[in-house]
Design a protein around this ligand. Structure first.
Ligand code: NDP
Ligand code: MG
Length: 389
């Protein structure tokens, strides 16, 4: 079996998306060579991947993990350290495709560098488009490169748009499961525990995106991601709660026709489509049984309850460096929540404060975005205790 990309690098290969991307490649792309893989701390998984896939080299971004790996590995390829090495891999024109499956703001520069250097980019790391979407999409347009979505909703839109022209889109409808707290009363949000927030009803994912799904910030990010991926106006993007997670998203055209993409909640499908589009390959994953599911339901999201979603809608309209502030403050707040240092309801408080306090730049350069990220990170870590008290 083969796909059109002969040499692929995966950044964040040890994560939920990264490991599934390797499984998919193993299943559908026997003639494709893995060029580079990257990890942050999970060196035992990286060791196994390096031995199995024999890439040209690997990158590790955490220093202690790098030292340990280098001293103990049986892998004979290049062993590189740090964010500069990560950016070099992202810019390396030997890649036919770069899959970015890093989590958080660490993915911004690799995505920018790939696009800047005309490398095909399949993007799971939505945070890159949230923080620097305007610049990344402008560069992609200049280089006539289409960013290939891996996020399931955006893959759904991408699939619905095959053979369609952009002028005919009236709006897109992003579906959201609503996460574990869809039915919880607003007054009960203050008692939400970490383990409750980590228990997503439909999807098995990395911890950070699981928390983002529970706050619904994930959907806010996906609206911003869709805006840049599909070159739309904010009022052309709608969010609809669909608890069954079977309809992955929809496009409504100007003749009122709506196209939807359906499937089981399994990321292997959007990962595979990113590799084969507009073609498809047989995948050994669950088929959906619509008669068994019986009902597909839809409802509008509650912006009062899900404050993060409403903050994302506000930030999205402001543009400039606002979304980089939103993304970074969220990244820090979610890490603090994962470390049990703040409550669930503190997450939107911290983000709102950062949005109000960090300097707004209307037309940021990529350097402005990077300094906004640094400033927001420092500010949030220094002030979060005062903000939540
Ligand atoms: P995971 O936490 O499972 O994996 C994250 C990956 O990034 C790991 O390889 C990790 O390395 C690496 N990483 C962590 N911190 C850094 C850093 N500072 N610098 C470089 N690399 C780092 O995340 P997911 O796979 O769940 O998510 C990855 C991206 O895909 C996110 O942007 C998420 O929003 C998006 N996404 C995920 C979906 C899912 O189903 N999981 C669905 C749609 C989008 P290590 O493990 O070695 O520490
Ligand atoms: Mg998604």
């Amino acid at each position: 079996m083969e796909i059109k990309y002969k040499k692929i690098s995966i950044l964040g290969s040890t994560g939920s998306i990264g490991t599934q991307a390797l499984e998919v490649l193993n299943e559908i792309a026997h003639d494709t060579k893995i060029h580079y893989l990257s990890a942050h701390k999970n060196i035992s998984t990286l060791e196994k991947q390096a031995i199995q896939f024999q890439p040209e080299g690997i990158v590790i971004t955490d220093k202690d993990s790098f030292d340990k790996f280098r001293d103990n590995t049986k892998f004979k390829g290049n062993i590189l350290f740090g964010t500069e090495a990560l950016n070099n891999v992202a810019s390396d024109s030997s890649n036919d495709l770069l899959i970015s499956a890093i989590v958080g703001f660490a993915g911004v520069m690799p995505a920018y560098n790939a696009i800047q250097n005309n490398i095909n980019l399949a993007l799971a790391n939505k945070e890159a488009l949230v923080s620097a979407g305007e610049i990344i999409s402008r560069t992609a347009k200049l280089n006539k490169k289409e960013i290939i979505p891996i996020d399931s909703e955006h893959s759904a839109i991408f699939q619905c748009l095959a053979g369609e022209s952009k002028e005919n889109i009236e709006k897109i409808i992003l579906t959201a499961s609503g996460g574990p707290f869809r039915k919880l009363k607003k007054e009960e949000f203050k008692d939400i525990t970490l383990s409750q927030a980590l228990a997503h009803p439909n999807w098995s994912m990395g911890k950070k995106i699981t928390i983002d799904s529970a706050t619904m910030m994930n959907k806010g990010f996906e609206v911003i991601e869709a805006l840049w991926l599909f070159d739309l106006n904010p009022d052309q993007i709608e969010v609809l709660i669909h608890p069954q997670s079977i309809v992955h998203s929809m496009v409504q055209f100007k003749d009122t026709s709506i196209k939807a993409q359906l499937g089981s909640p399994d990321m292997k499908l959007p990962i595979a489509y990113a590799l084969t589009a507009p073609d498809r390959k047989f995948l050994n994953i669950d088929r959906i049984d619509l008669a068994k599911i019986g009902k597909l339901t839809f409802e509008t999201p509650d912006l009062e309850k899900f404050k993060c979603l409403s903050l994302a809608f506000q930030s999205l309209k402001k543009k400039g460096n606002s979304n980089a502030i939103l993304n970074t403050a969220n990244d820090i707040a979610v890490s603090l929540f994962l470390e049990n240092k703040i409550h669930f309801t503190h997450i939107p408080l911290i983000i709102e404060n950062a949005l109000n306090q960090i300097n707004f730049i209307a037309q940021p350069s990529i350097e402005d975005i990077i300094s906004t990220i640094e400033e927001t990170k420092k500010y949030t870590l220094k002030n979060y205790k005062a903000i939540i008290n």
